[in-house]
Design a protein around this ligand. Structure first.
Ligand SMILES: [Ca+2]
Length: 418
C-alpha cells in the first residue's frame, strides 16, 4: 500500500479556521453523540494511481469504472486498474484547477438496461459564453453543468465518442455547489441533483435558488430518458402544469446535494446534502418535499438565523456539526453478503475522513461510528461505489484537489469484514 501524505490547501486551512471560530463563538458546549454502537471494518486496495476519483460504477461482475475529475473514465478489471480509458471528456470540459476544485467530471451512472443498450450518463462542467442576466455588471455565467448520454461501442470496453448527446444543461453563476448526483430510481427515471448556484449562503435573487421553484438550481430533478430525446417529464412529477414551477423538479430546498443513491432493498433514495458553515445532513428523498435551504441548514435556522419557521420543510434523517467535518460525502445502503452486520445500514462519510453508518430505529435513524482498518490516514473521501453484488467501495484522494493533469494521488478501496 502506498503511503499517502496529506497537504492542506490554503483555502481549506482558511475554511477550517473560520469553522473553528464559529464553533467557539456560537456553540461552546456542542457535544457529539452516536446513538448506535461503533463498528469496525477493514478495506482492501482495489486501484491506485487515479487522478481525483469522483465516482465508481460496475458494468460487470468483475469490471468497474472510476471517473477522474479531470475527465477520464478508467477501467478496473479483476481488482486492478487497467490502462484502458473508457472515455475522456477533458476536451469538452472547463479547465479543471489543480488545487481545491468543485468542477469537472463529477459523476457517472449506468442505464438500468446498460447490459443490452450500452447507455450511460455523465455529469460534467463545460465552458459557457452566456451572460448571466442577474449579474450586476453583465458578467458571464461561470460555467454550465451538463448531463450527457453516451453509448458503448459494440463488443468493446470503450465508449462511442460520436454517441454523445446532452440531456440537461444548467448555467451556473459560480464555480462551486454543482450537485452532480445521478441515480436511476426503481421507477426507471433518472434523478439528477443540482446545487444552489454557488457562492455562499445562496444569495441569489430575492429568496435564494433553493426556494425558487422556477429554477433547477438547488433541486432534485426527475426525468425520463427513454422517451423522446433529450428527455420527457414524467406525468406524475409533483409540479407538472403549475405556473412558474419547473416541471422537472421532484424535490426542492437543497444547497449542494453532492450524492444521491438508491437502497436496492427499500428502493428509497438517500441524498448527502452539503451544508454551509455549521451542519451537514443526510436526507431521504420524498416526492414534492422541500428540504429547507436557505431558510434552514439541517435542523437549524439559517436565514433568518433565529426565529425561522420550519413549517413545510422536511427534516434530515441525520445531521452533524462542523466540529466533526466540513462536507458530507453521501454513500450507500449496504446490500452485500460479505459483511452480514452491515446489511441495511447507510454508510457515508465526510470529505475530511470520518465514516459513519445510519441505522433505522423506529421512526428515527441512529448514527454509529465506523472504524476502517488499513485506511489511509489524512486522505480525503471523494465518493462511494456499490458493485453488482452489493459490496461497497470508497474513493479517496491524498490531496485536497486534482493536482496537475496526469497526477495520480487517488485510490479506490473495497470495504471488507474486519
Ligand atoms: Ca435541509
Amino acid at each position: 500500500m502506498t503511503k499517502i501524505t496529506f497537504t492542506k490547501t490554503l483555502a481549506y486551512t482558511l475554511f477550517a479556521s473560520a469553522v473553528a471560530v464559529a464553533g467557539m463563538t456560537t456553540l461552546p458546549s456542542f457535544i457529539n453523540s452516536d446513538e448506535a454502537p461503533g463498528i469496525t471494518l477493514n478495506c482492501e486496495l482495489v486501484a491506485q494511481g487515479i487522478q481525483a476519483p469522483t465516482a465508481m460504477v460496475f458494468p460487470g461482475p468483475n469490471t468497474g469504472w472510476v471517473t477522474e475529475q479531470t475527465g477520464k473514465i478508467r477501467l478496473v478489471r479483476d481488482g486492478k486498474l487497467t490502462g484502458t480509458v473508457v472515455l475522456d471528456v477533458k476536451n469538452k470540459m472547463v479547465r479543471v484547477g489543480s488545487g481545491y476544485e468543485e468542477k469537472g467530471l463529477l459523476n457517472v451512472v449506468l442505464h438500468p438496461k446498460f447490459n443490452t443498450n450500452g447507455k450511460f450518463y455523465l455529469f460534467y462542467s463545460r465552458n459557457t459564453s452566456t451572460i448571466n442576466p442577474d449579474s450586476k455588471n453583465g458578467r458571464k455565467f461561470d460555467h454550465t453543468d451538463v448531463v450527457a448520454e453516451y453509448k458503448m461501442l459494440p463488443q468493446s470496453d470503450m465508449a462511442d465518442t460520436a454517441s454523445a448527446h446532452i440531456i440537461l444543461a444548467q448555467d451556473k453563476p459560480d464555480g462551486n455547489h454543482n450537485g452532480s448526483g445521478l441515480v436511476f430510481g426503481a421507477d426507471g427515471y433518472l434523478y439528477v441533483t443540482f446545487g444552489d448556484g454557488g457562492g455562499q449562503r445562496d444569495e441569489h435573487g430575492t429568496i435564494g435558488n433553493g426556494q425558487d421553484m422556477n429554477t433547477w438550481l438547488g433541486k432534485v430533478l426527475r426525468v425520463n430518458v427513454d422517451g423522446d430525446a433529450p428527455y420527457t417529464v414524467p406525468k406524475d412529477n409533483p409540479y407538472v402544469g403549475k405556473d412558474g414551477v419547473k416541471p422537472e423538479i421532484w424535490a426542492a430546498g437543497f444547497r449542494n446535494p453532492y450524492r444521491i443513491t438508491i437502497d436496492k432493498t427499500s428502493k428509497q433514495l438517500f441524498v448527502g446534502e452539503v451544508g454551509q458553515d455549521l451542519y451537514e445532513e443526510v436526507d431521504i428523498l420524498e416526492k414534492g418535499a422541500n428540504y429547507g435551504w436557505r431558510v434552514v441548514e439541517g435542523n437549524h435556522c439559517h436565514n433568518p438565523n433565529t426565529g425561522c419557521s420550519f413549517t413545510g420543510y422536511t427534516a434530515p434523517i441525520s445531521e452533524y456539526h462542523h466540529s466533526e467535518g466540513v462536507s458530507v460525502i453521501g454513500g450507500n445502503v449496504y446490500n452485500g453478503s460479505q459483511i452480514p452486520g452491515l446489511k441495511g445500514k447507510y454508510l457515508f462519510g465526510d470529505w475530511t475522513g470520518p465514516v459513519w453508518y445510519l441505522q433505522k430505529a423506529g421512526k428515527a435513524w441512529n448514527r454509529g461510528k465506523v472504524t476502517i482498518k488499513n485506511f489511509p490516514r489524512g486522505a480525503k473521501i471523494t465518493g462511494w461505489g456499490e458493485d453488482q453484488s452489493g459490496e461497497m467501495y470508497i474513493l479517496l484522494n491524498a490531496e485536497a484537489g486534482p493536482g496537475p493533469y496526469g497526477a495520480t494521488t487517488g485510490s479506490a478501496y473495497k470495504i471488507t469484514k474486519s
